[in-house]
Design a protein around this ligand. Structure first.
Ligand SMILES: *Cc1c(COP(=O)(O)O)cnc(C)c1O
Length: 401
């Protein structure tokens, strides 16, 4: 079948909740993907950081196949021999005492909000139904009704009310705004250490440390959504590590399972996560042996292949070179590790147009918020591949499409 036929099928029978680039992918290997015509592309999006380990990593694939032959799902009505091992490995990796496994990132965010509210009522003694959670303008935490209730994007929420109360949004990167928003019923602060979907927005230095301080002073939970920034993407295990800050609640997803399977998790101390009692929360597929075996392999790949160190090195190299692109169209290049945003000037035209030209030249990247192009290749990328891509990116971004 030709590309155009796939596109027609999708447009006719599928909901139009995305506006994908018109490339029909059929195969992936490492940092590369192939379309139905056999054309090869460098993946510079990594499925929004879910593919940190690269496409179809052979070790994760082997774990998936081996586990799929043995046992895939028990539900949590029974125990399985994979989940306890992952709990221990997550604790050893992160330093958090406990974890809870879910599937999508949104579910993990919802889980963190539920446990923060329970903590507020049972530990902080906030009157029932009065807990409030502070979030930041420009946030992206997922698509459920509660989560979109505190989004600042009209498109995400306008037609989906009535919305969930109990949230207050303050400008991102401004610790004083958080201070002003706090009152006796504040339970937690939910924040992305870098706003990925918001346009790769990096807060001022010291912001996360300030949040930590505020949370300690006022007995508030610091909840970090590291679904996109965690697990090596920024050149440290967690983006919060850049400021030496340890949130009370850590939300992970995406790369947790190396792109094979939806797995998310919330990590915290026993004093918080230990508050859940049987029946209060759950998920049929959460913590299933197949997903867990995949996750264990995906985490091993991050450490065995030194992906965090590689990300710090290649990220710096890529960002420096992007920053040196000549011409009049780039407003700013910003990033950490291999999460890099190139913001185009208004007169450069839509970022989407540049992504379309990049696609034709064999590089897949995606615009976020009309003006910014995100470059976030799998963390296994090497210098040679970056050197292949740079001249193309340089040419495309200095020529108005
Ligand atoms: C992708 C993302 C989510 C939502 O994850 P889903 O798996 O799409 O539900 C939440 N927070 C952040 C920061 C993300 O990047």
């Amino acid at each position: 079948m030709r590309s155009i036929e796939y596109i027609e099928l999708a447009d006719k029978y599928g909901a139009h909740n995305y506006k994908p680039l018109d490339v029909i992918l059929t195969k992936g290997e490492g940092v590369w993907v192939y379309d139905v015509d056999g054309k090869k592309y460098l993946d510079c999006l990594s499925s929004y950081s879910a593919l940190n380990q690269g496409h179809v990593h052979p070790k994760i694939l082997a774990a998936l196949i081996e586990q799929a032959k043995k046992l895939t799902l028990t539900s949590r009505a029974f125990r399985n021999d994979q989940l306890p091992l992952l709990y221990k490995e997550l604790a050893d990796l992160s330093g958090y005492e406990m974890s809870i496994l879910m599937n999508s990132g949104s579910e993990a965010v919802e889980t963190s909000l539920k446990i923060a509210r329970k903590w507020a009522y049972c530990v902080k003694n906030i009157p029932l139904d009065k807990a409030e959670i502070i979030v930041a303008d420009g946030n992206f935490h997922g698509r459920t009704i509660t989560i979109i209730s505190f989004s600042s994007e009209r498109l995400y929420k306008e037609y989906f009310g009535p919305l969930t109360p109990g949230f207050i949004s303050v400008p991102y990167g401004n610790a004083d705004a958080i201070r002003r928003a706090i009152h006796k019923n504040t339970a937690g602060i939910l924040i992305e250490p870098i706003q990925g979907e918001g346009g790769v927005i990096i807060p001022p230095k010291g912001y996360l440390q300030e949040i930590r301080k505020i949370c300690d002073e006022h007995n508030i939970l610091f909840i970090a959504d590291e679904i996109q920034t965690g697990l090596g993407r920024t050149g440290k295990l967690f983006a919060c590590d850049h400021e030496g800050v340890r949130p009370d609640v850590m939300i992970l997803g995406k790369a947790l399972s190396g792109g094979f399977y939806p797995v998310s998790a919330v990590l915290s101390e026993k004093s918080v996560l230990g508050l859940f009692i049987p029946g209060e929360h759950g998920s049929t597929f959460g913590g299933n042996p197949l997903g867990v075996a995949v996750t264990r392999a995906a985490l091993r790949v991050i450490s065995e292949e030194n992906l965090i160190e590689n990300t710090a090195a290649q990220g710096m190299y890529l960002e420096e070179n992007l920053a040196e692109i000549p011409g009049n169209y780039i407003k700013e290049v910003r990033g950490k590790g291999l999460l890099i945003g190139v913001e185009m000037k208004p007169e450069a035209g839509e970022a989407r147009k540049y992504c379309e030209v990049l696609k034709d030249r064999g590089i897949l990247a995606k615009e976020t918020h009309e003006t910014t192009i995100r470059f976030a290749p799998p963390l296994i990328i090497d210098k040679q591949t970056i050197d292949w891509a740079l001249p193309i990116i340089r040419e495309v971004l200095s020529t108005k499409p």
